[in-house]
Structure formats: C-alpha cells, structure tokens
Design a protein around this ligand. Structure first.
Ligand code: ARG
Ligand code: ZN
Length: 851
C-alpha cells in the first residue's frame, strides 16, 4: 500500500506561478550514472500572481548546490521539489544537480536507450532533469550547452558554437519546460531541405542509429509534405533554421513535439517496403504530420495547464486527419477514424474511466493522454467546423493564431475566437468539453401520405458517468439527406442543428415516403438509434451517396447478423451476404473501400454492442459467431475470390500510397477468405515470395489463422530476428491470434522468449497488449488471461509506471461480463492495488476502474 493518499489536482484551483522567467541557461555534463545539470535562470516577480511561494518542482535529483544572485543558499527540499526564500525583485537562480540517466527505466526525464541519451519531458518530466517551475504556463527562452563524447549532441532551437566534446543550442522561441529536449549519441542522419513560402531555407534531418538509415526516406518526404500542407491550408510557416527528428527505440508513447527537435518512437518514423506494412506507412505519415503541426498548435500556442490538453491535442489530431484525408482518401480516412473511435473512445466514455474532453481533476496527468482527449477532442473540433462552415472556421483559426501566439491558452480562449468571428453564442456547445459520456440520439420517422409530409423526431440523452449524474442537452450537428424509393437522392446533405432534448425536422411536398440517410460522415460522436430494418439497410448499402453511411449500413447489417447468431443461434443473414457480394464485386468502387466493406466488427466491438443492448457478452459465442460469419462470407464469394485476389495485385514497383495499399488490402482479404475455405496455396506462395511486409505478414496471418503457420512463424523469425520492429510484429501476431484455449499459454511462452524485454515498451505492448486484444483468449473462463496480465503489470510497475497504467485499460470493460469473470477480474485488480509501493499512475487507474 502507498504511504500517503495520492493528491488530486483540480482545474478550479488554478493560480498563476509567482514568478516569470526571462532566460534559462542549462549545461549538461553527460555521464550514464552521474550526469551533472547546471542551471542559471533569471526570475522576476509575476505582477499578476498573489501567491509568491518560490516552489520549484524536482524529483529524483541530487542537489549539489543552489545559489541566489551568486550567494549559496540551503533550500528546503522534499520528494517533490524545493522551496527557497527569494527577493521581491528580479534575481538569478543557479543550481547544480546530479541525475542518473542509465537507471531511469521510467523513460521520463533524461534517460538512455541503446547507449543514446534522450529526453521525454511532457507532461511532467523536466522536473527529473533539474529544479524548475515545471508547468506549461511558465515560458522562457532556453540556451543549452551539452558536454559529452557522443558524435551527435542536439537540443532545441538553432545550433550555436560546437567543437570537440561540446555543442550549444539556443531556442529563440519562448516555451514551457515540457517542450525541452536533448539527444546525444552516435547517430547518423538522413538529411533534407525545405524552403518555406517566404523563402526561408530550413535544414531537415532524421537522426537514427547506424543501420537504420535506409528507413528514413519516407519519413523525410512526409515531413516535407506536412510543412507544405500547413502553409497551404492553415498559412503556418516553420520558424527555425533547422528541424530535427530523432528515432528512439525505448519510448512510452508515439512521438513528441519538442521545439525543433521531435523525438519519435522508432516504430513511428522508420519505414521501409520490406519491414513496414501499408498501415505502418500511413500511420508514420500521420504522426510525422501530427508532431510537425504541433509547432503551431501546441508550441507557439501552448496550454495554460494540463486540463487544457485537448486544446493542443484535439486540434492537432483534427489537423493531421485533414492532412491524411488530403493525401489519401477522405471517406476511407473517415471510416478508419470512426472504427478507431468506437474501438477505443466509446468503451472509455461508457465505462469507469469516462472523463470529459477537458477533465476537471486528476492525480497523474499521464493517465489523461486518452482517446477522449485526443480523438473525441478532434471530433469536437470537427463539429465546430461543421456548425460554423469552412470559411468561418479558417477565419477563426487565423484569429486564434494572431491573438494567442506566444500564449499559454485555455478552451475558453479557443471558444472565444469562434464567438468573436461568427457572432454565435457557443455556451451550449461548450458542454462537449465539460460533459463526459457518449450521447445517444434516437430518431423516429413519421410519414403522412396525404400531405406528403415527412418528419424526423429526434431525441438525445446521455447516461450518467462517474461524477456526472445529470446531463444537459448538447448541440449536435446531424448531417442528413433523403433518397426516394428508386434510390435517387432528392435532398442532398444538410446540417440539422439539434439543441434540445427533443426536436423534430419536417420535409413537405414529397411524392413518396423518402428513405433518410442520417448522421452522414458521422457528423457527431454519438450512438445513433434508428428503428430501421435490414431491407432498409440493404437499400442504403446499395444507394446511399454518402460513402460513410453506405459503409455504415453494411457494418450495421454485419453487426446485427452477428448479434442474432450469438443470441439466437441464427444463421448468417442472407440480406447482408447478398449486399456484401454486390459491393465487393463492384469494380467501380475503389479497392480500399471494398476492403473496408469486407471487414467485419471485431469481437471486442461486438461485446460492446451486446452490452449496449443490455446483454452479457459471452466471449466464446462471440468468437464462434465471428468465425462462422467469415466462413459464410467466404462461401458466398467462393466464385469471386480468386479473381478478387489476382485482379488486385498492384502492378509495378511497390508504393505505399492509397491506391497500392487499397489493392493489397482487398487482395489480402480475398486470400484470408480463401484460407477459410481451406485453400492455402495463395497464402503459402505469397508468404514465400512477398517483397513487402504488407503481403508477407498478411500471408503469415492467414496461415496462422488456419492452424498451418508453425513453419512460417519460425521462418519469419529467422528472416527478421535482427530487426526489432519486425520482431514486435512477430510477438504481436502470435499473442493476438492464438487459439482462445491456448492463448494464455502462448502469451506466457512469448514472455519467456529470449527476445522479450519488458523494459522496451514496444515489445511489452506487442506481447501483452496484443494478448489483451485477443478477446476470447484474454477473457478465457479459467481467468488465466487475467492472471497473466496482472502478473506482468505488477512486474512492470516499478520499472515503468506510465506504460503499466496505460495497459490497465485492458480491464476497463470488466463490468460488461458475467459475474464469474467479473469476480476473477476484480480479484486481479485488487491484487494489483495491494502491491507494495504501487506507482501513483497505476494506483489511480486501478482505483478508477474498480469504481
Ligand atoms: N504530445 C505528444 C503527442 O501527442 C504526446 C506525449 C505524451 N507523453 C506522455 N508521457 N504523456 O504527440
Ligand atoms: Zn499530440
């Protein structure tokens, strides 16, 4: 048990820091276990602050000396920082501290990864580097000197003097400490160059370990594309002489937008045809864009406090989604995002971890880098854009950049620019930031044949969530259109702004009862309840002009069919199978879209859908139904699969673009369905001859799924054992696809493999994260899956609390399941909670999950 009750921080308690900073000078004398950090910081009293306590954050630091205006002092030091008496006038703080990067396994602050020094300071890591007011509203310019033997010494901003064993950097832009970064190592660079629209030359570099230099070209192109796109679409130019990206193997998250020195999990930047899948390429392009876009939305305008995290993250996710839609296919990107939202954000929003897009309290901020803050935060911006229109949206953004450049801003500031620009009152809209939970929107149709009048009666409600029993109606932009019974669109997409709990929309002068297409493009992150039958869905699947809703109609058919198979032992729905066959063999549709149509809801998604219906999901039945439906799909498409497979082999050299990846996706689906029919030759041949990872791993997956993968699994390992990122896939595929009855054993054996390393977050997630995603395996009635994960969370917690806490979310849906599984899970959660010295991170997560 913890010795002290963890402290809760509240938004309502915000007060500014008592001092402003004019400049920061840092000197690093690097050493694996005894790095010295010297700081010289010019402070002055903040005229806007009343509390003048001089408290500097500091954790796991050894204070060597502290001075104020040159005079040695002895501050009062605790585990969390220090307090000193300071003059009521400008003064210079100097300190020397010692830290040990090589033993820092939490990967927060200054740490080492494969012999290279690197940092991660967001959210509160800078306090593990030196004493500092480690909060985003304290901004300063930084000058940094690094002393070390490494070939490459990097920090933020522009390069200054350098020579044997040292380099200096200075960042002219004021920034909070969470954007500080330092890298030192024997790295090699992949260089590039970009000229901004006003003619400024920028040096670009991607820094990697020797041997990874062949995997940088794609990331470099993505960076240039991002720089250009932000100029073209948002008018935002880059503002330093140099932009560096560094790839690091040990990293808790995806990547980090440190000013001028982005640090990336190597899995989110290194790409090559042979080792990366099409999905990896797309993800890498999006993450490079995301971090680059933060230069304006995050760095030039940052957050006042961590409650405002969605101010930078929601907006930056929204911007990177726009970028991907422009680079690739807009409907495909939208469908992918909605699938991800439902898979990750909906369970969070509808379970014990539910929190508003702007949370109002936390214990450990790292626990709030969530799908709600990021992805729902982006949805909220999408709704705002829909409501005000494109033109007003970009005007408001211009005003935001103009008004708040250099600020640490709030959601109130953000909303205000939209109000000032459009004259709209956004008070009610702001509930999207303060109310948690997924609204349910129900629609009832009324048709009056004599008068040709059609009315849609909408109602909205949101179930109570932790800490919020009562919900007020939100502003919900509902995009909709009407089709006539022939399948022609008579009323194109318009936006219905729902503001009340109940509200109706009437169409008059209609000759026949129309078929509405509602929530086009998924115009709001809600659950839509519509009383429609499968004939109607099949009609929309065939005729809707909105590609999202067309896909949605097919998805609904698949889901309903699966639910009937699970609950009523029904056969697969012929209406779904017929509609699917028509769409999938329609060569006028693009391949990526057809591949999306051919996919079906995941087992986890079905468990959520059943829970939403008030049913208790049975993981074994869900597993069986999913398998049966894919066999039925293979059956009905039996005559088409060979053609689908061979007609969609991309011609010419491999390119990871939308067209090539769409074709590979469709062909690989056909290969997988042939596998369901026992036809494994295509998969065997493809595994042996593939010249790219997309096709190689899809073939491997097909063989493993059909129980014919033993040899291929070994061959794959032998081929790729020296490539860490590919071996992560090897771990993930086996843990994720293992037969439910053996999954816990398989995952356990993988954790005993010589290449398993719990200190590497990618490897840990690849193994145990993938296992937790093996729905029927993880939720096996014996509880072996729960125990395995809990054992490893307990082991990892003292090493890396952040990754441990994040992986606790595997248990967040536990109350969906039957009482036996619930009590098995509860016992594991309580066992974790009873662990001596449990981190604040994991303690908070498990406590909230238990509810
Ligand atoms: N700001 C980063 C991004 O979204 C994420 C860093 C989060 N890191 C953390 N330890 N909480 O790109
Ligand atoms: Zn971000």
């Amino acid at each position: 048990m913890r010795d002290a009750a963890p402290q809760t921080i509240y938004l309502k308690d915000y007060t500014p820091f008592g001092y402003l900073i004019d400049s920061v000078h840092l000197t690093f004398k690097l050493h694996p276990t005894t790095t010295r950090v010297l700081s010289r910081i010019a402070f002055r009293p903040n005229p806007d602050a009343t509390d003048k306590t001089f408290f500097l954050h500091g954790e796991q630091l050894t204070l060597i000396s502290a001075k104020i205006d040159g005079a040695e002092i002895t501050p009062e030091v605790t585990d969390e920082g220090l307090i000193a008496n300071v003059p009521d006038a400008p003064f210079v703080w100097e300190a020397e501290v010692e830290i040990s990067p090589s033993t820092n396994t939490a990967l927060e602050g200054l740490y080492m990864s494969n012999g290279m020094y690197c940092t991660q300071c967001e959210a509160e890591g800078f306090r593990k580097i030196t004493y500092y007011p480690d909060r985003p509203d304290v901004m300063a310019t930084f000058d940094v000197r690094i002393e070390g033997d490494e070939k490459v010494l990097l920090s933020n901003g522009n390069p200054g003097a350098s020579g044997d064993g040292f380099a200096e950097w200075s960042d002219p832009w004021k920034k909070p400490a969470y954007l500080f970064a330092l890298v030192a190592g024997d790295l090699v660079n992949h260089p590039g160059q970009f000229t901004t629209k006003s003619g400024k030359d920028v040096e670009l570099n991607i820094w990697v370990r020797p041997g990874d230099d062949g995997k940088c070209a794609f990331g470099m192109q993505a960076l240039k594309d991002s720089m250009k796109w932000d100029e073209d679409v948002y008018g935002r130019e880059y503002d330093l002489d140099i932009f560096n990206i560094v790839a690091v193997d040990d990293f808790n998250m995806g990547a980090m937008e440190n000013k001028g020195l982005n640090i990336f999990n190597s899995s989110c930047v290194l790409a090559s045809q042979a080792t990366s899948t099409d999905a990896d390429f797309e993800r890498i392009e999006a993450i490079i864009a995301h971090e680059y876009f933060h230069n304006w939305t995050g760095n030039r305008i940052t957050c006042r406090d961590w409650f405002q995290l969605c101010l930078k993250e929601g907006l930056t996710v929204f911007r990177d989604a726009q970028f991907t839609a422009d680079m690739r296919s807009e409907p495909v990107k939208r469908i992918d995002d909605v699938i991800a939202l439902r898979a990750r954000q909906f369970p969070e929003d509808q379970g014990p971890l539910s929190h508003p897009v702007r949370p109002e309290e936390f214990q450990e901020i790292n626990n709030f880098y969530t799908a709600t803050v990021y992805e729902k935060g982006a949805e909220v911006i999408g709704m705002l854009k829909t409501l005000v229109g494109d033109e007003a949206y970009y005007q408001a953004l211009d005003l935001y950049f103009e008004r708040h450049d250099g600020d640490a801003a709030t959601i109130e500031d953000w909303i205000k620019v939209f109000e000032d620009c459009t004259g709209r009152d956004l008070t009610q809209f702001k509930r999207w930031y303060s109310q948690s939970g997924t609204p349910k929107v129900s629609v009832r149709e009324e048709w009056q044949a004599e008068s040709g009048t059609f009315t849609l009666h909408f109602s909205q409600s949101t179930a109570p969530t932790p800490g919020q029993d009562v919900k007020d109606p939100r502003v919900i932009p509902i995009a909709l259109g009407l089709l006539n019974p022939n399948g022609d669109e008579t009323h194109p997409t318009r936006i219905f702004e729902m503001m009340e709990a109940e509200q109706s929309l009437t169409f008059t002068g209609l000759g026949a009862r129309p078929i509405p297409s509602i929530l086009r493009g998924f115009s709001a992150p809600v659950m839509l309840e519509q009383d429609i039958d499968n004939a109607r869905r099949a009609f929309l699947l065939a005729h809707d002009t909105d590609e999202f809703n067309r896909w949605e109609a097919g998805r609904d058919l698949a889901r309903d069919s699966l639910i009937n198979m699970i609950l009523k032992d029904a056969a697969p729905d012929p209406a779904y199978l017929d509609g699917l066959k028509r769409v999938v063999t329609d060569t006028s549709l693009d391949a990526a879209y057809r591949a999306l149509m051919l996919a079906q809801p995941t087992e986890t998604e079905l468990a959520g859908a059943l829970a939403a219906l008030g049913e208790t999901p049975d993981p074994d039945k869900i597993y069986a139904a999913t398998k049966a439906l894919s066999k039925a799909k293979a059956g009905i498409l039996a005559d088409d699969l060979h053609a689908l497979y061979s007609d969609n082999q991309p011609q010419g050299p491999y390119t990871p673009d939308a067209e090539g990846s769409g074709k590979r996706a469709l062909a690989n689906m056909a290969m997988a369905l042939l596998g369901r029919l026992g036809q494994l030759d295509p998969a065997k041949a493809q595994f042996a001859t593939a010249d790219n990872m997309t096709q190689q791993i899809a073939a491997l997956a097909t063989l493993v799924r059909e129980g014919a993968g033993t040899e291929a699994v070994q061959d794959f390992y032998d081929q790729w054992k020296s490539d860490r990122l590919v071996i992560d896939k090897w771990f993930g595929l086996q843990a994720g696809m293992a037969d439910p009855d053996q999954a816990a054993e398989v995952a356990k054996a993988l954790t005993q493999h010589a290449d398993f390393d719990m200190k590497n977050p990618n490897r840990f997630r690849a193994t145990l994260g993938a296992f937790a995603g093996n729905h029927a395996g993880f939720h096996h009635a014996t509880g072996a899956g729960y125990k395995l994960l809990a054992d490893w969370l307990i082991k990892l917690d003292p090493v890396n609390p952040q990754t441990t806490a994040r992986m606790c979310t595997a248990f967040q849906t536990w109350k969906r399941y039957d009482s036996q599984r619930q009590s098995l899970i509860r016992a594991e959660l309580e066992r974790i909670l009873a662990t001596e010295g449990l981190s604040r991170d994991t303690h908070e997560m498990v406590t909230r999950i238990l509810g």
